[in-house]
Design a protein around this ligand. Structure first.
Ligand SMILES: CSCCC(=O)C(=O)COP(=O)(O)O
Ligand SMILES: [Mg+2]
Length: 232
């Protein structure tokens, strides 16, 4: 079997700017209204309650929203924030407020690898519903059918070695038969320690200073998906 390809999203298949300048501000802006309108629905309430509890029992939704907005500003990868962001973005995609740009080389390679028999999977800090929404609404069309695995921080943080072991187990693949693509060296370090193959995606648009030599920490490096050795 050709290696499974596990990909990150932000800075890897899509630009950092789309996430930071479109998705995050949209969630920041729409969150108060979303919580007002949906805050009593159980699937929303459980995440709001988690945030309240972890912050000394915040008692007003307005305070929870403020906390969440602060986390957006800090780019916290908290599971509750990511779940709520995904729900807010759903409305944005549905009303065509935006589509998700995917780098053309990424869309082409993902289609080619899928046709060549590679299993494809996603691992992002964005919630699995948010990942599916993004790939359903890309400027290269609906790419969700290419992927057979979806992973978010429910399996653990992206810098934790154990997360990659869990993903390998869930995919039913040996770690050495999985290639992880990411723009973040610390994530690749954790994946390598778990036995996965890795490649640093070092896009000029996202990282104007090339991360060569020591900066790549020994990971193979490619400036786009067409430079990735997928193996098999
Ligand atoms: C599912 S798209 C939104 C991505 C996101 O919320 C995020 O924090 C980016 O994290 P990634 O792990 O894809 O770099
Ligand atoms: Mg990334």
């Amino acid at each position: 079997m050709p290696p499974v390809i596990l990909t990150d999203i932000e800075g890897t298949t899509s630009s950092i700017s789309f996430v930071k300048d479109v998705l995050f501000p949209y969630a920041r802006r729409e969150l108060p209204r979303f919580v007002r309108e949906h805050g009593q629905e159980p699937e929303v309430r459980r995440w709001l309650d988690m945030v309240a509890l972890e912050n000394g029992g915040l008692c007003q939704d307005a305070m929870i929203v403020e906390t969440l907005q602060g986390w957006i500003d800090e780019d916290r990868k908290h599971t509750a924030l990511k779940a709520l962001q995904g729900m807010v973005w759903e409305a944005g995609y549905a009303s065509a407020d935006f589509t998700a740009p995917v780098y053309p080389d990424a869309a082409q390679a993902l289609r080619r690898w899928h046709a060549d028999g590679h299993a494809l999977a996603v691992y992002s800090s964005g919630s699995v519903p948010a990942q599916k929404l993004l790939f359903a609404h890309t400027d290269a069309g609906d790419l969700t059918g290419l992927f057979s695995g979806w992973f978010d921080t429910a399996v653990g943080g992206k810098r934790d070695v154990a997360s990659y072991a869990h993903i390998a187990e869930a995919l039913g693949a040996a770690p050495a038969d999985i290639l992880f693509l990411s723009d973040v060296v610390a994530e690749l370090d954790a994946a390598r320690e778990a036995g996965l193959r890795t490649t640093l995606i070092d896009r000029t648009d996202d990282y104007p200073q090339p991360r060569t030599g020591d900066a790549a920490n020994g990971h193979p490096r490619a400036t786009g998906f067409d430079g990735v050795d997928a193996g098999g």
